[in-house]
Design a protein around this ligand. Sequence first.
Ligand code: SF4
Ligand code: SF4
Length: 211
Amino acid sequence: MHQLMTSREMARISCPSCEGCGDCCRGMDDTIHLDPYDIYILCKGLSTTFDSLLEKRIGLHVEEGLVLPHLLMGKNEACTFLGPDGRCGIHAIRPGFCRLFPLGREYDGEGFGYFVVEGGCPRPGKSPVRIRKWLDIPELGRWEAFVSDWHYFTGDVKKLLRAGENADLNRRIALFLLETFYVTPYRTGEDFYAQFYERLETAASALHLSD
Ligand code: SF4
Ligand code: SF4
């Protein structure tokens, strides 16, 4: 059982010896999952589109019937954004999973709490830091609400797919979600959350998940 914390609490995760070791950016296979906010921030920061990122930076995997994106590992099994100096080349716009590390999230049916992943970073000498400072995400309250809503919405869709006996329909639902929340470009000059919740309402209604 993890000790769950809020972003107002302190966790012993800050790493003074983290000087470009980059170990957490290598050999991660398809485990650095990307949510719609990550895609919005990446597309905005790199002035690109989801389709262009798909060519070299991100890949797709299937998770309980859903088709979702993750960061691709490239040469020497390193994230394609990892610089030769062992530092993240997109630090200011890095995805949520990267911001969290070595924290994880655990969901309790209503929201989520943070916990320290045991053995996440092997470097010794960690010092305490407030989680909200560690995450360094603008409008943290809105982001946390979005993370929670996205988690529970995709959980409902996974249940729907498990119950669905028509494989073709399931495939179409998975592609509909991919298209709705990732492929269709976000207006990067506008607020992300308003656009996300508009799409969420449309998708929930189309899949009869509104109630
Ligand atoms: S593995 Fe630990 S020390 Fe190395 S870059 Fe990641 S957080 Fe820093
Ligand atoms: S985006 Fe940056 S922090 Fe995240 S895995 Fe790639 S190099 Fe590491």
